[in-house]
Design a protein around this ligand. Structure first.
Ligand code: PHE
Length: 455
């Protein structure tokens, strides 16, 4: 979206160009989910088996749900609640669910976004060089023990995002994305090569790629599904909201495919950066959310020009995270602006304040409140489980029911084929998946994530 588009967006207009939409959607999809969350999820869920299930879910469920959400958004042309409620007002509740999840999601995403800024500062001050002493694990732990520091960096992240949304200057960001996203990808490939060639790294490569099918249990399926939704920005209203601005001659199918492929490649390469290094440095793959932040400095310290690489990498990672957080905040901003006629700037800052407050338990949960747990979960885990593993698949489930059973088939098909002007080869395969296969799988996964079913 360029400046003029964003202004128009407030009046519910369109993305100006196809590439503008793809970049916004890809910018939303590629973020911390790929580089921070994916590797530690692989680490916690048994390596290759998780990767295997994840890829299957992305191809057969994630991609189809992405198309479904674009159909809902473009035909609804409203905020997320209006879009879900357009064909059956009971479905408004699905939109509400998604929007509330987006607030909670952003609340913990911003805390982790703050970590990336902290690490950029560490990189700039030369603390990842080969000569650096001390343990990077301790660096991360002591950072987490200090709520003040976490809050400062969380605020910086929130302010950057709010500033961009309120000013409507995301056009600039998206133009950068054209260069910076491929840049991030190339950086990851270079880092992956370094990581794979470290002594002892091949064990990690094997662990990452070779599925041990005996490890596939219900919890692995739930996590893989949650990750597939999270990484493609599904189940919270982002793709619905963005597509509500999409012109009627854009091709929903090919756009979704491009975004899905790019997003998946970034995650898979990020896995090659982190997991071999985890084995090479004898770290614990199941460590959790700190994994990437403890591993990367080791990788940089083993690279020529490590500090320079670290600076460029963390700067790019922050931008990737911000283009995702913009898309989270955009959901509620669009809703508040449309419902209350409040101006965009005020809505953005008020919502940011709310999200900051929602993030405080997460911050405390990494430090002083780390012993406050519910069913073995810290605040961060509770938020993330609720958003990624419960809400996202449930919103996805109801989205597929809406498109597969409530909207008329010809309306859906017209949306997908732009009123019959494009030939979408696999449209019946997609429709069957959305009507029958995906709802059943998502229903079962939801039972499992809610603890009703136990595989
Ligand atoms: N897909 C983003 C990431 O991988 C996270 C996200 C989820 C963004 C849902 C918007 C909506 O980091």
């Amino acid at each position: 979206m360029d400046k003029s588009t964003l202004k128009k967006v407030d009046k519910r207009d369109h993305f100006n160009s196809r590439i503008g939409f793809i970049l916004a959607a890809a910018g939303s999809a590629v973020g911390l989910g790929n580089i921070w969350k994916f590797p530690y999820q692989v680490g916690q869920n048994g390596g290759g088996a998780f990767v295997f299930v994840y890829i299957i879910f992305i191809i057969f469920i994630g991609l189809s749900v992405a198309i479904t959400e674009m159909v809902i958004g473009r035909s609804g042309k409203s905020n997320v609640i209006g879009c879900y409620g357009k064909y059956n007002s009971k479905f408004k509740i699905v939109g509400w669910f998604g929007m509330i999840a987006s607030l909670l999601l952003y609340a913990y995403y911003a805390v982790v976004g703050g970590w990336t800024i902290f690490y950029l500062v560490k990189a700039v001050t030369g603390q990842f060089g080969a000569a650096s002493v001390g343990s990077f694990e301790t660096m991360f732990d002591s950072f987490c023990q200090s709520p003040i520091q976490l809050i400062i960096y969380q605020i910086i992240f929130l302010v950057i995002t709010a500033f961009i949304i309120s000013k409507g200057i995301s056009g600039g960001i998206e133009k950068y994305c054209k260069v910076l996203m491929p840049g991030l990808f190339i950086m990851l490939i270079i880092m992956a090569i370094r990581s794979i060639t470290l002594p002892g790294a091949l064990k990690g490569v094997e662990w990452y790629l070779k599925p041990d099918f005996s490890k596939i249990k219900g919890s692995v399926l739930v996590s893989a599904m949650g990750q597939a939704f999270f990484t493609l920005s599904l189940g919270v209203g982002t793709m619905v909201t963005y597509s509500s601005y999409l012109k009627s001659d854009e091709n929903i199918g090919t756009t979704s495919i491009s975004v899905t492929i790019f997003d998946t490649l970034v995650a898979l390469v990020a896995g090659f950066v982190i997991l071999p290094a985890v084995f090479a440095f004898n770290l614990e793959p199941s460590e959790g959310p700190g994994l990437v932040f403890e591993t990367l400095p080791h990788v940089f310290s083993q690279m020529p020009f490590g500090t320079l690489f670290a600076i460029i990498f963390f700067a790019l990672l922050i931008i990737a995270a911000v283009t995702s957080s913009i898309s989270m905040l955009e959901i509620s901003t669009t809703f508040v602006v449309e419902k209350t006629k409040m101006n965009r700037k005020k809505a953005t800052w008020l919502l940011t304040l709310l999200i900051f407050l929602l993030g405080i338990p997460v911050v405390m949960g990494f430090g002083p409140w780390r012993h406050v747990q519910l069913a073995g979960k810290t605040f961060f885990n509770i938020y993330d489980y609720f958003v990624s593993n419960i809400t996202m698949p449930l919103v996805g489930l109801f989205g597929t029911i809406l498109v597969g059973h409530i909207m008329k088939k010809d309306i859906v098909m017209n949306e997908l084929t732009n009123n019959g002007t494009i030939n979408v080869k696999l449209k019946m395969v997609w429709y069957t998946l959305v009507r029958w296969v995906i709802p059943i799988i998502l229903f079962l996964i939801s039972l499992q994530s809610l603890g009703i079913l136990k595989i």
